[in-house]
Design a protein around this ligand. Structure first.
Ligand code: SF4
Length: 95
């Protein structure tokens, strides 16, 4: 017997919601998971621990080739001094 679609007032179905979450990718899911921490603390950036920041690269992925990198030693998303050779779970390679 097929399950009936759940149709909340906004018009989202459970199937569509699952499909949309699947399309977010790891960085999107990490952002969703970490967002409440940022909101609770009233911060604009994540603390380094929450972002699993490390001062060393992960393979070829490093802060200075990430879209969030800000020279000389900062990040748009993670607070504190950031090593150009560092890495965190929010890494997004520059195009
Ligand atoms: S990997 Fe990117 S998002 Fe993470 S700390 Fe480095 S510059 Fe910021």
């Amino acid at each position: 017997m097929p399950m009936p679609e759940i149709q909340p007032a906004g018009g989202f179905s459970r199937r569509r919601l699952i499909f949309n979450i699947g399309g977010l990718g790891a960085a999107g899911l990490a952002s969703i998971a970490l967002a409440p921490r940022v909101a609770r603390a009233g911060q604009t950036k994540l603390d380094q621990r929450s972002a699993a920041y490390q001062p060393t690269p992960k393979g070829r992925a490093r802060c200075d080739n990430c879209t969030q990198w800000q020279t000389p030693d900062a990040c748009k998303l993670v607070e504190g001094k950031i090593n150009p050779a560092g890495w965190c779970v929010l890494y997004a390679r520059k195009p």
